[in-house]
Structure formats: C-alpha cells, structure tokens
Design a protein around this ligand. Structure first.
Ligand code: ZN
Length: 588
C-alpha cells in the first residue's frame, strides 16, 4: 500500500508537532540562533547563575526535541524521502554542537564544594534539579583533577575501538555463509537466522545453526580479543576513577545498588529447575529424542492468530486493561482517536513498532499492524510506553520527566501481562490458550532467564579479568557453556557451538546493560499481579510510579508501585507465574 492511500484515521497527527515543513524550517532557524551557551561558562557557582543556565537549557531543549520529533516521525513515514533525512541530520548536528558547547557544565558543577551543592539542593528555586544535583554531588568522589578528566575524555574515542571493531565484523565482514532458503541460495544474515530459528523446518534450523556458528568460530580468537579489549576498557575506567569493580561503576551510574544485581542472579538461579522442566515439556511436545539449542525457538502451538481488524483489536486491549481503571482507558481511547498512532504498513515506512514520548507534545506510536495475535500485544505494549510518557510528562517538571532505561519496559510489560491474563481467563479456545501460555513462557525465558544468564556471564568475565586472569576463547567459552548447562539443564543437548554464543552478542559491548530487561519483566509481573489482586489501591500506587519520571532512583520508583527489588518477593512472584503457566500448559 502507498501511504497516500491509507485512511486518515490510521495515521498519526504529525501536524500536532508542526503544521508544515515551512513551520519546521522556521523553527529550526530560530533554534540555531538560540543555541548559545558559551556565555554561561564560569557562571554556575551561584544559584542565580545556575538557574539562568538551566532555564536557557530547558527552553532550548523543549523546542529542540519538538524539532527532532517532527523530523523523526516524518522520516519514519517513508524512510526513502531525502528531505526528512536531511532534517534529521540537521537537528542531530545541532545537538552535537550544543553538546560540545555545554561540555563545561558537569565538570564545573562537580568542582563546586559540597556546601555549595548542598545549598543549591536545598534552594527552593532549584527544586526541580535537586535529584540531578544530588547525583552530581555523589559523583564527586569518583571525579579526578581537571587535567586527569581531560585525559580521560580524550581517551574515550580510542578506548571505544573494541566495540567499533566488533560492530564492523558483525555487520559487515563476518562473511556469513550461503544457505538454501525457500528454493534460493542466499547469504545468511542475522535476520534470516532468527527467521529460520523460529521456523518449523528442523533440518534447516540445524543447518543454519552450524553455519552461523562456524562463521563466528573462524574468527573466535579475534572475537575473544575484541571482547577482552572491551572488558579492559571497563577496568581502566573503574580503576582510574577509584571504583572497586566495573560492576560497581556501572550500577552507580544508574543509582542502583549492587545488591539488586546480585539478588537477581541468585533468585533466577534458584528458579532454573522450572526452566529445566519447561525444556523437558518442550522436548516431549516436539517428540524429539534429543533437543538441541536450535529447537528451543519455534512456538509449540500452530495457528492461533486472532485475525482482528485494528478497531476490534483495540477494543480487546481496552477490555484486557480494564483493571487499570476508567482514567487509563479513556487515555488509551484518546490516543487512538486523537492521532497518536500510525497503524498501517505502507511502502517505505519504518518496520517494527515503537512509542516515542517528548515533553510538551502527546506521545506517538508507530505500528505495522498485521492482524496477528502478537500484533494485539504490540498495541498494548507500545501504548504502555505512551501512557508512561504521558503521565510522567504531565506530572513532572521537564528535567524529571524522562524515565530511565531501568524502568522503561515496566509499563509496556504490565500491559502485556494484564492482556494475557484477561485472554486466558475469557477465552474458550484451548488452542489459543496454549499459544498464549507458550508466548508468556517464552517471554519469561528470553527476557528473564536469558538476560540474567547474560548478566551472570558479564559479571564472571569481568571478575576474572579484574582478578588478573586474561580472557581468551577458552575461558570465555568455558564460563558460557557452564552457565548454559546450568540454565537449560539436561533436557537440552548442549552442542559445542553454543559455548561460543557469547561471541555474537552485541549487547556485551555495552557492559551490564541487559540485566535491566530482567529486572523490568520481574517488576512488571509483580505489579500486574498486585493490580489484579488488590484493585484500586494497587492502581493508585502504580499511577504514582507512572507519574514519577526520573524524579528519584529507579528502585525507589518501582517500590512505590509495589515491586520491591530489595527483597526476593518480585522474583519469587515471577517464578511462580512461570510455574503456573507451565502447569496450565501441560494440563491443556
Ligand atoms: Zn518496549
């Protein structure tokens, strides 16, 4: 379909951001003039000076984000249009310029004495910035002299080489072999690999698995060296700044206690027997004597597609999310009726789905709705992000509105869990029920277990290197294989290839990142359960979380909604849900 032929009611209202390209260009020109921050240099040591800077910075970013949003949305409507590519490039380069111009801010603030920062934090005029300033103050003990900081800043680019090399190998020069697919010989790609892995053709899966890993295997020493380089970079930063470990540094940056990480690893480790049982059930359901790692991806249930037109799907989402109360539902409806969502696929449109929420404008959602069951969940998921943005933007000052990655997947997953439970309760179609249970179990396997397995790998690899043990393909693969056996158990045949899976995970070049997926789904399951159990009071607490933006540390925010990651409760909740789903699946 061409975009011009899509019914207007299925298109988002970009005109809510700017009425026209001309209006955008005028706004951009004005913004370029406004971007003048050099004059604030040396003025941040008084409350008045700091306030003046913050006000100018906020006014700039309010407008700049709007300008960015318009370019971003127009670009995604049809990525082939060069005009919007250039709009995007223009605003990005302005951001780069302003970033360089305001680089003095953090060092200047960090250099202030504690007493001055305390005075700022207590100053009612600077109330909106109290959390940000308290983080600046906390960072002081890990901040070095001006000269050393300058050196560290200069080292950032060369130190990112390991990650750059991996990206180049993985995306361009890995040389994945050819495979016969749908009657044609084509070169294997990451996309085709996952398509084959979730497909029904077992021989093809086995073939792709061997071919894929053989490509990594040919350069495994290079990949181990690259990954070790990345770990050494982490060690360099953490020792230079005086952290006790790389993990401590990564969590400090997010204001999360290391105990949360350790609790996650411990609690999920305790839950692995349920995953082992799920693997056993999967093996029996598939009727295999031996189940390999390439057999764990396909859905166990065929054709449970709801095939609902968008309006009906949206109705179903509203029914599923009814426990969140009238206000939440009316906002969802508003989103649908007032042009937040771009529903249909059309030529040139960006694929996939996302939600984007910018301060001062309503959220926007991109879908490529195809009437599958999964697509109905995508509506609930993306609208979860949108309402989180809507509530935070509407209830926090600009600087505290943007929620962080740590909590970003919670609202979306709460919605998925609520919808899932509603469908399981109301559906009489046992095939659909089996499909949904399988969907849920795989969500827990991939988001909770797999990401925790990754988290544990990163922790062990860093700890080994920090202890003076050089990393190489042998010890990295030994750590990974051991974890894989521990997580998946005896029902799975652990082919030698899987020991090298660490070598192909791009997220490992962003150390200690993936655990947030695991704490996110854990929190979401816990919150959804509480909402179903306690009703109104739980919803009221949940809304406080949704309205919380980044007003304080993420663990405290989640605690307001009832997910207390400083206890075992949310983790036990998630494991119980997994087990209940498995029991129900077996019964059906
Ligand atoms: Zn999401």
């Amino acid at each position: 379909m061409q975009r011009k032929d899509v019914d207007k009611k299925y298109k988002w209202h970009v005109e809510d951001v700017f009425a026209s390209d001309e209006a955008w260009e005028a706004a951009f020109a004005a913004l370029e003039k406004k971007a003048d921050f050099a004059k604030f240099k040396g003025t941040l040591n008084t409350a008045e000076g700091l306030l003046a800077f913050y006000r100018a910075d906020e006014a700039f970013s309010l407008e700049a984000m709007r300008v960015y949003l318009y370019a971003f949305l127009k670009h995604d409507e049809d990525v082939r249009v060069t005009r919007y590519n250039s709009y995007l490039a223009k605003i990005m380069s302005l951001f780069t310029r302003v970033g360089a111009e305001t680089a003095f801010v953090t060092p200047e603030l960090t250099a202030l004495p504690d007493e001055t920062l305390d005075r700022f934090i207590a100053d009612p005029r600077l109330k909106d910035y109290d959390y940000a300033l308290s983080r600046i103050k906390a960072h002081k003990r890990y901040t070095l002299s001006e000269k050393e900081e300058r050196l560290l800043a200069q080292a950032a680019e060369p130190l990112s080489a390991a990650g750059d090399v991996f990206e180049m190998l993985d995306n361009a020069e890995l040389n994945l072999p050819e495979i016969e697919y749908e009657g044609k010989r084509t070169q294997l790609s990451h996309g085709l690999y996952s398509l084959i892995m979730s497909g029904k053709d077992r021989a093809k899966r086995a073939e792709a698995f061997k071919l894929y890993y053989s490509a990594y295997g040919k350069i495994i020493n290079t990949l181990a060296t690259t990954y070790y380089g990345n770990v050494k970079k982490d060690i360099f930063y953490s020792t230079a700044r005086g952290y006790s470990s790389c993990l401590e540094r990564a969590l400090f940056e997010e204001d999360v206690d290391q105990a949360v990480y350790e609790r996650l690893v411990r609690a999920v480790g305790k839950g692995t027997p349920i995953l082992h049982r799920y693997m056993q059930v999967r093996k029996e359901a598939l009727g295999y004597d031996e189940m390999h790692m390439y057999d764990i991806y396909p859905s166990l249930v065929d054709d449970a597609e709801l095939r609902l037109p968008f309006e009906k799907a949206f109705e179903l989402v509203l029914q599923g999310l009814a426990p969140l109360g009238e206000e939440y539902l009316s906002l969802l409806k508003r989103g649908k009726d007032e042009g937040w969502i771009d529903v249909m696929e059309s030529e040139g449109k960006r694929s996939g789905a996302y939600s984007i929420g910018i301060y001062g404008v309503h959220p926007f959602v991109l879908l490529n709705y195809q009437e599958t069951t999964h697509d109905v969940f995508t509506i609930a998921h993306e609208m979860g992000h949108s309402l989180h943005s809507y509530y935070s933007n509407g209830n926090q000052p600009q600087v505290k509105a943007d929620y962080t990655i740590f909590v970003a997947e919670v609202a979306s997953t709460v919605n998925e869990v609520l919808l899932l439970k509603y469908l399981l309760k109301t559906s009489t179609d046992s095939n659909l029920k089996k499909y949904l249970l399988n969907y849920f179990m795989d969500m827990i396997r991939t988001t909770l277990f797999r990401q925790t397995q990754f988290a544990e790998f990163e922790q062990k690899a860093h700890a080994a290197a920090e202890g003076g043990e050089p990393l190489n393909k042998d010890n990295l693969s030994a750590i990974y294989l051991d974890l894989n056996k521990r997580y998946y158990g005896d029902a799975v045949t652990h082919d030698e290839e899987i020991a090298t899976e660490w070598a192909r995970i791009p997220h490992f070049y962003r150390s200690f990142y993936v655990y947030k997926y695991a704490t996110g789904i854990t929190s979401a399951i816990c919150i959804a359960n509480r909402i179903l159990r306690e009703g109104e009071s739980a919803v009221a607490d949940y809304k406080k979380f949704l309205k919380g933006g980044n007003s304080t540390d993420p663990v405290s925010l989640l605690k307001i909604a009832g997910a207390d990651l400083t206890t075992d409760v949310p983790f036990e909740d998630a494991m119980r849900e997994f087990e209940l789903a498995l029991d129900e699946f077996v019964k059906l």
